[in-house]
Structure formats: structure tokens, C-alpha cells
Write a protein that binds this ligand. Structure first.
Ligand SMILES: Cc1cc2nc3c(=O)[nH]c(=O)nc-3n(C[C@H](O)[C@H](O)[C@H](O)COP(=O)(O)OP(=O)(O)OC[C@H]3O[C@@H](n4cnc5c(N)ncnc54)[C@H](O)[C@@H]3O)c2cc1C
Length: 325
């Protein structure tokens, strides 16, 4: 029987599996499990990011579909994977406060409480703002549980006999789609336990600190473009410990230190569609630093293309890069 063959068991491969499952179409996953960027991802969803306080690309189109996706799949798996909570952006200095004031109108839809001063966080003298629409996804559990679910569910109706390459950074370095441009970025994060801190908000200043329950937090992330090995490094750890010290003076224990390579083609804008020459081969890649937000809708678009021949949204099409071949 014809099935869709998904190469890669990271977030992209899982999103695609769910979108096919929702349409009752058979698929199979190939590739090693428990490796890749998705094993390192902190799962942060942040509508306003970076020094420049930029609203995430086309977030209005992607955010609602993302919410619905994690709600539906969570219901199937009997667990909550998306934890929605505001992100507290702590201003670094007076310059950043001015920047915020200038951009306030544009940022209006994402504005929660604005604080002239934050007395309950370290270094809060310049105040801060809560971004609405944020949260975090428990990526590792989601990937693991989804693969288990797919294995138990058996197969559905015959699907198109195509191969979809969801190979993350490796698929951009070699193979049929390596003609695509890339700007891969290694990242490292720490998981720490801070007894007695009690901080429940996602904190964001230069980096972020995400409470994941039971006094545990994820802190990150580093960006590195030269060393693309997937091993955590002492230099990465030093940066992360420095970052942690900017959030709290309390002692903490490091529980984990992981690294991965972000599959970046153009910022964090996904790339989907057929190979320009080999029509049975498709790609779903380029989730960059924001796979949790952009992946669910992009996967839905790919399945609509595969099953209904529906045109993929502008800005996501792999055809945009055909001249690079
Ligand atoms: C440190 C760090 C922190 C991050 N934090 C966040 C965050 O807070 N929020 C967020 O949204 N995103 C975050 N990301 C980004 C997120 O991890 C990625 O967007 C997403 O995981 C990419 O998923 P993927 O499936 O494309 O790639 P991967 O997860 O890398 O999966 C690709 C898979 O394909 C497999 N593969 C490769 N070649 C083959 C082959 N030939 N055959 C079969 N399988 C193959 C690989 O082994 C791998 O398992 C972070 C990334 C890093 C590194």
C-alpha cells in the first residue's frame, strides 16, 4: 500500500505525521529517534522577540492554528503540552524603555501589564512589560508521546507514494535539498533546579528563563554559527550560567545541559514543497528558532498540497529557491 514516508523524527516529522493522521492517511517515519534540535528545544513561544522587540513574523496567521493543534493532539494523547503564560520582558536600560515607548502602538495587541519598575525580579529597576500570547511547549515529551501513539495506531487509507524530508540541519547540509541556502545556528540550554525561588513567570532579558514545574527552569539559549557539532560545550555552559546569574542570586543545581542545531533557511520561516526535479520528493524544513509556533500550520499546508493540490502560502514555498539549484 502507498504511504507517505517521512524522513526524520523531530518536530517537523511529528507535525506532518499528525496532519496526515488527522486526514486518515497512512504514513511511516524513518530515522533515529531522540536526536536532533527538537531534543534541545526549550519550546518557548514568544510573540515579541529580540533586542528590537519585533513582533514574530506573520504571528496572527500562525498563533491560533498552533493553539488548536496542541489542544487537539494533547486531547488525543491525554496530556497538556502547550502551557500558555505571559512572557515578562525585563528592560535592560533606559534606552530599551525608550525603544518600547516608540513601538508601543505597534505592540498594542501583545501588551499585558506594563511596569515602570519591577521590584520582585533581579535588576528590575527599568521596569518591564508582559507580552500576551506566550508560553512554552514540552517538546521532548510531545515528540516522544506522538511517536508512541503513531506506532500503536496502525495505518489509515492509502496515501500518495511520496518521500518528505524532515531532516532538520542534516537535510540542509547534504541530500537532495542541500541546494537551499542555510544559516544553521547551534544552541545550548541548561535545565536547573532552584529550590525556594518560586518564580512562575517566563522571564526574558537578553535570554529567557522558563519555569517548567517542581522548582525546575530552562535557561537559554546560546547562538553559535562556527562550531556546528551537536555537543554541549564548556563555553556554552559559562554563558548560560552568566545568564542565569542575571535572573537570580539563589543557588541552583544544573540538571541538564543540551545542544542542538537550529535548521535555519531564512530566519525562522518554514520551507515546504516539492523538489524542483524529482517530483516525488518533498521538503519540510527551515523551522529555525521557532518550530513550535510555525510548524503546525506549515505542516497543514504541506498536507493540503499533497492531498488536495492546494497552493502553499507565499513565503513558505520551496519553489522560491529553485534558481539556487
Ligand atoms: C538550543 C535550542 C533551543 C531552542 N529553543 C526553541 C524554543 O524555545 N522554541 C521553539 O519554537 N524552537 C526552539 N528551537 C528550535 C527547534 O528546536 C526547531 O525549530 C525544531 O526542533 C526543528 O525541528 P526539525 O524536525 O526540523 O529538526 P530536528 O529536530 O533536528 O529533527 C530532524 C531529524 O531528522 C533526522 N535525520 C537527519 N537526516 C536523516 C535521514 N537521512 N534519514 C532520516 N532521518 C534523518 C535527524 O536525526 C533528526 O532526528 C530551539 C533549538 C535549539 C537548538
Amino acid at each position: 500500500m502507498d504511504v507517505v514516508t517521512i524522513h526524520g523524527c523531530g518536530l517537523a516529522g511529528i507535525f506532518l505525521g499528525w496532519r496526515l493522521w488527522q486526514r486518515g492517511i497512512s504514513f511511516r517515519h524513518l530515522g533515529e529517534r531522540g536526536v536532533g534540535a527538537s531534543q534541545a528545544a526549550a519550546g518557548l513561544i514568544n510573540p515579541v522577540t529580540g533586542k528590537g522587540m519585533n513582533v514574530s513574523w506573520r504571528i496572527d496567521e500562525f498563533l491560533e492554528e498552533m493553539r488548536e493543534f496542541y489542544l487537539d493532539t494533547g486531547a488525543m494523547l491525554g496530556k497538556r503540552y502547550l502551557h500558555e503564560q505571559p512572557v515578562l520582558r525585563i528592560f535592560v536600560d533606559a534606552k530599551e524603555v525608550r525603544k518600547f515607548e516608540q513601538k508601543k502602538t505597534e505592540l498594542e495587541p501583545w501588551l499585558g501589564d506594563v511596569y515602570p519598575v519591577l521590584t520582585d525580579v533581579k535588576g528590575g529597576e527599568f521596569g518591564g512589560v508582559e507580552w500576551l500570547g506566550g508560553g512554552w511547549v514540552d517538546v521532548r515529551s510531545f515528540v516522544h508521546d506522538s511517536l508512541q501513539f503513531f506506532a500503536q495506531e496502525g495505518i489509515g487509507a492509502p496515501g500518495p507514494a511520496v518521500d518528505v524530508f524532515c531532516e532538520g540541519s542534516q537535510g540542509l547540509l547534504s541530500g537532495d535539498f542541500s541546494y537551499l541556502p542555510n544559516r544553521l545556528a547551534k544552541g545550548e540550554i541548561l535545565e536547573v533546579e532552584v529550590p525556594g525561588w518560586g518564580e512562575q513567570r517566563i522571564l526574558n532579558r537578553r535570554g529567557w528563563c522558563i519555569p517548567i514545574g517542581k522548582n525546575r527552569y530552562r535557561v537559554g539559549a546560546t547562538y553559535e554559527w562556527e562550531d556546528l557539532s551537536s555537543e554541549p560545550t564548556p563555553a556554552g555552559r559559562a554563558k548560560l550560567e552568566q545568564l542565569m546569574s542575571e535572573f537570580t542570586d539563589l543557588p541552583y543545581q544544573v540538571l541538564g545541559h543540551v545542544a542542538g542545531i537550529r535548521p535555519i533557511v531564512r530566519n525562522s520561516e518554514p520551507v515546504i514543497g516539492p523538489h524542483p526535479i524529482e517530483a516525488q520528493k518533498y521538503i519540510f524544513n527551515g523551522l529555525g528558532s521557532k518550530g513550535c509556533l510555525y510548524g503546525p500550520r506549515a505542516a497543514g499546508q504541506l498536507v493540503s498540497l499533497l492531498l488536495d493540490g492546494q497552493l502553499v502560502d507565499e513565503g513558505l514555498r520551496v519553489e522560491d529557491f529553485s534558481e539556487k539549484l
